[in-house]
Design a protein around this ligand. Structure first.
Ligand code: ZN
Ligand code: ZN
Length: 350
């Protein structure tokens, strides 16, 4: 019997809150990593699998407690942050599962799945049309990815993606999902059944590179095969990842540059000139653009005031910052550092 490690992104929402209890009841699931930045709001109770007493609490905390209630021996990790801010090495698993509600976050998970060569299952609901969908992706250079079917034209996926960036759509507190609890539960069941099948096969699941759509309104089930789009904007590259042992709280930028050549964390860049909106304190040091550290004086989050940002930290730019530790520039254990075509997983070691 397999013991799968599954990462669930968007873990606590309309579909995720219905999915997780199923996963806890499956003996093939040994470990769950939950990722969701949000907390429950009063409006969620009517459409998600939660209790009124959960309102105000972080979704991953609520869900982790429920999972342990169902199966006390289940290994559960919970990250209350956006999927793109979690060090990618911590997402290495047997299967990535997405219950996300924004294109941008799905696009991020698609890239993560390819980089880590990990199959991923996506699900979604279309509340207005009573449709539930499950899609399966098996990363390789030649297999179809999420973006292969994206439309580049006006009104297509990429222009909608830009709108999400501009107005922050996908944040379900501002744009409540049209989906009912029943539809979320339906999508969750379809997804859970595919996960069960995945656990029984050595290949990445019978639904590999296909999409299943159930139209509950008209009682129609549709399965479509996806195709690799030669014009896809995503590069479809997978990574060979080597371990690099260090303690980020002690190892310096200088040591990392000497060992690896340059420092780059895919999906992020380094910002400088941090400023606190509360007390005006300024710091000038490169920092990875995750939610930035808090101001040591007034505890508000620092923001970047500089327009310049660096994708890659090299010896010639690191100058006066060579003696900062990796933790001080925002790196965490589990981060994957890239230099050219080589990729290193930052493994915490004393
Ligand atoms: Zn593609
Ligand atoms: Zn301050």
């Amino acid at each position: 019997m397999k013991s799968l490690h599954i990462v669930a992104a968007g873990a606590g929402g309309n579909t995720g809150s219905h999915l997780l209890p199923h996963l806890a009841r499956m003996s093939c699931v040994g470990r769950l990593t939950l990722v969701d930045p949000d907390s429950y709001e009063a409006g969620n109770v009517g459409v998600q699998n939660i209790d009124a007493s959960d309102v105000g609490r972080p979704k991953v905390v609520v869900q982790a407690a429920k999972l342990r209630g169902i199966r006390p021996d289940l290994d559960v990790m919970a990250w209350q942050e956006r999927i793109e801010d979690v060090p990618r090495g911590l997402l290495r698993s047997d299967l990535l599962v997405s219950c996300l509600d924004s294109r941008r976050a799905r696009q991020e998970l698609n890239e993560i799945a390819w980089r880590l060569s990990t199959p991923w299952l996506d699900c979604g609901v279309l509340g207005s049309q009573s449709m539930a969908r499950v899609s399966a992706y098996v990363p390789s250079y030649d297999s179809p990815c999420l973006e292969c079917s994206w439309n580049a034209g006006a009104g297509g996926d990429y222009s909608l993606l830009e709108q999400e960036y501009l107005c922050g759509a996908g944040d379900d507190s501002k744009f409540p999902s049209m989906a009912s609890s029943t539809l979320g539960a339906l999508a969750a069941s379809l997804l859970a059944i595919e996960i069960e099948k995945f656990s029984r096969t050595d290949s990445p699941g019978p639904l590999g590179s296909q999409q299943l759509i159930l139209d509950a309104e008209h009682h129609v089930i549709q399965v479509t095969a996806e195709r690799r789009n030669p014009w896809c904007r995503f590069d479809h590259r997978t990574w060979a990842i080597e371990p690099w042992k260090c303690d980020p709280a002690v190892a310096t930028v200088r040591e990392a540059l000497r060992a690896l050549g340059s420092l780059q964390v895919d999906g992020h860049h380094f910002v400088s000139e941090l400023v606190c909106a509360g007390c005006g304190r300024r710091e000038n040091a490169p920092r990875l653009n995750r939610p930035l550290a808090r101001c040591p004086l007034c505890n508000r989050r620092m923001a970047s005031a500089g327009f310049g940002s660096l994708e890659r930290l090299k010896r010639e730019y690191a100058g006066e910052f060579m003696d900062l530790t990796l933790a001080q520039v925002g790196l965490r254990p589990g981060d994957i550092l890239s230099s050219g075509n080589r990729h290193w997983l930052l493994v915490e070691a004393p």
